[in-house]
Design a protein around this ligand. Structure first.
Ligand code: 8ID
Ligand code: ZN
Ligand code: ZN
Length: 352
């Protein structure tokens, strides 16, 4: 049995708005249906920054340990847990647990469970060395999967994979990824490519343009900060000028949500995934009707989406850039994220 310390390092906020502080806190014991995961690496999702800022109409627990892209090793389990072994590699994702009995859980829509526990939001998350999750919901990771690279898949990857499926886009069709240079957006291009889709990336700046076109497989890039007319430029980037079959919105600003209905192709689908603070969408009724467009939303993924998204990663189909820094440097990651300066994802090494 691995030795489990009584105290550990964690990044904690005491109140909404922060600051986030590097602290020694107690290691918790898993309950009967839970496991304790020694987190080695955790991705930093923009959701974690929304949680610090109190952007959403859903309060967080306080004090709060954020984080929900945690990859590590199971070090303890409750007495009811039979199918996860000590030493297994596991991922702690946004859905930390759900009731498994309600209408939604029964039809494997666990994210819609009204009793769902949210890692790094309503329960402590992965910005600590030892994190608890319900055994039924931890992601099973094969031991040949690198724990640093897989961390961003545990939220960003699952979410964009699910969103692409929800879009109904078929192999050979075109999807626009809005917010392509960020964490979700960079993985979205890789999943889209692996699913046989063609991508138009939308974001800002030279670094992100280069990353999207040279590393992530998009065939076109529209820079929203310099474009005179984003809708026109996105449509012009499609072969017949009629626009992309689907639009995957993973930006953290409201404006691009307003624009998508304008440039999506007739019969096309707009998928909301990003969660900008206080955002609303007005879509033109006339154009929406005469183009027969679909506007829908997508929220993380269920356990099956999780294992499928992980399988793409394991097969080497998903290579999205990430940078690794120590757990204690979370605030500087938030500062860069706030300014939109991160191309790809940051992953925290919990040993530093
Ligand atoms: O289940 C869900 N629906 C889910 C799951 C995980 C995350 C939703 N999210 C939400 C997060 O809470 C956040 O609101 O998705 C959003 C994106 O998360 P992220 O990818 O972790 O954020 P990021 O790395 O900061 O990337 C955001 C990108 O949006 C770009 C920025 O430049 C950045 O690269 N962007 C902005 I701000 N305005 C844009 C615009 N007008 C834009 N890109 C294109 N057009
Ligand atoms: Zn997330
Ligand atoms: Zn439920």
């Amino acid at each position: 049995m691995p030795e489990i310390p009584k105290k550990q390092k964690a990044m904690v906020i005491e109140k909404t708005g922060g600051p986030v502080e590097f602290k020694d806190i107690d290691v918790q014991q898993p309950g009967p249906d839970e496991v304790l995961v020694n987190i080695k690496y955790s991705g930093v999702c923009h959701t974690d920054l929304h949680a610090v800022n109190g952007d959403w109409p859903l309060p967080t627990k306080l004090p709060l340990v954020g984080g929900h892209e945690g990859a590590g090793v199971v070090v303890a389990r409750g007495e009811l847990v039979k199918d996860v072994e000590i030493g297994d590699h596991a991922g702690v994702k946004w859905i930390n647990g759900s009731c498994l009995a309600c209408d939604f859980c029964q039809q494997s829509d666990e994210p819609l469970c009204s009793k769902a526990l949210l890692s790094g939001y309503t329960v402590d998350g992965t910005f600590q060395q030892y994190c608890i999750a319900k055994a039924a919901h931890v992601a099973r990771l094969h031991k040949d999967i690198p724990l640093d690279g897989v961390a961003p898949v545990l939220c960003a990857g699952i979410t964009v994979y699910k969103g692409l499926k929800e879009s109904g886009a078929k192999p050979g069709q075109t999807v626009a990824i809005v917010g392509a240079g960020g964490g979700l957006g960079s993985l979205a291009q890789q999943y889209a490519k692996a699913m046989g889709l063609r991508c138009i990336a939308i974001d800002a700046g030279e670094d992100k343009r280069k990353m999207c076109l040279e590393q992530l497989g998009s065939y076109a890039f529209v820079d929203f900060s310099t474009s005179q007319n984003v809708a026109k430029d996105v449509q012009a980037a499609t072969e017949d000028g009629l626009g992309p079959h689907a639009v995957i919105l993973v930006a953290t600003a409201e404006k691009p949500f307003q624009q998508a209905a304008e440039y999506v192709r007739p019969r096309g689908t707009v998928v909301f995934i990003g969660l900008p603070a206080g955002a609303y969408v007005r879509a033109p009724v006339f154009e929406s009707v005469v183009k027969m467009i679909t506007i829908r939303a997508s929220y993380v993924g269920n356990r099956k989406d999780t294992s499928e998204a992980l399988d793409f990663y394991r097969r080497g189909l998903i290579k999205a850039p990430f940078k690794t820094v120590g757990l204690s440097e979370l605030q500087s990651v938030y500062d860069m994220m706030h300014k939109g300066q991160i191309a790809g994802r940051y992953v925290l090494d919990t040993s530093k």
